[in-house]
Design a protein around this ligand. Sequence first.
Ligand SMILES: Cc1cc2nc3c(=O)[nH]c(=O)nc-3n(C[C@H](O)[C@H](O)[C@H](O)COP(=O)(O)OP(=O)(O)OC[C@H]3O[C@@H](n4cnc5c(N)ncnc54)[C@H](O)[C@@H]3O)c2cc1C
Length: 317
Amino acid sequence: MPILVFVETAEGKIKKTSLEGVAYAHAMGGPVTAIALGDVETAELEGLGKYGASKVLHAADPKLNKGIIQVYASVLSKAMQDEQADILIISNSSLGTPVAARVAVKVGASLAANIVSLPETTSGFVVKRSIYSGKAFAHVELKNQKKVLVLRKNAADIKEVGAPVKVTPYSVSLSDADFAVTITSAELATGEVLLPEANIVVSGGRGMKGPEHWHLLEDLAKTLHAATGCSKPVSDMGWRPHHEHVGQTGIKVAPQLYIAVGISGAIQHLAGVNSSKYIVVINKDAEAPFFKAADYGIVGDAFEILPKLTEAIKKAQ
Ligand SMILES: Cc1cc2nc3c(=O)[nH]c(=O)nc-3n(C[C@H](O)[C@H](O)[C@H](O)COP(=O)(O)OP(=O)(O)OC[C@H]3O[C@@H](n4cnc5c(N)ncnc54)[C@H](O)[C@@H]3O)c2cc1C
């Protein structure tokens, strides 16, 4: 039985989280069928073979370009049926998570979200889920034959295990009922790297003293092609826009690298960053709680360290 993986894309490119989905399905033992909906570059899709997909389906109908949740759920449910797939893997995202819930209802599947590691299958099918904003884990048994697994970022390591594969067109038949809700227009909040999608995040707290010093963080972010984030008080005071607020009550991020500058590391902030692969903390107080959650720390004044760090990275590049 193949494992079906829904591949999310942005501007024709495959999202890293979907490569993780393919790698996860391959690590489960496959065989892996990946499916992408709407406009995607063919070379991108063929490349999925390198990460473990043995078959790649592409539903290129232009009606699928808008990422409408109900429509995607219809197509993926049908694809599970057509491919005789008992397991569907989807990434945790603003599109993926609601699509997963609808597919589970349509096909009568057990659903688990926020999965952080491979399932345990020695007795039943048990997945490990991150709960309470990452402060605890739950082990959940999925008993239905059909299963929808929603992966948290960094749930699998992306490895090259194969070679590019040919893409198979997948035709869809959509009814008016699928378009009961449509997206009339969409616009990006910012032209820069989007915080929830970023591989690297440079984030600043009250220790940055004021918005006039943010250019130091922006310079570092630009050098690293990173998104910028901030602590809650920083956005509350209007130093930065609210969509940059990271934490329990803000955006939850899971980049490869989170650089926290002048942030104390309150539990509510950590709740939004503790799925990051590596955390680097810059703080002048060696006792700042954030250091306990850090992989690397620099004790010192951000205003001295940031320009030197940016300069050193530029030289290394
Ligand atoms: C219900 C609730 C929900 C919350 N949700 C969130 C949330 O989602 N996200 C969030 O961030 N917070 C949240 N908070 C607030 C949280 O408890 C903290 O108050 C907040 O995270 C602190 O922000 P900060 O670290 O920027 O500021 P501070 O706690 O004031 O820390 C500033 C840090 O900067 C350091 N510093 C000062 N000067 C320098 C310098 N020159 N160089 C280097 N370091 C320096 C200091 O040593 C200090 O550690 C929430 C609180 C509550 C009650």
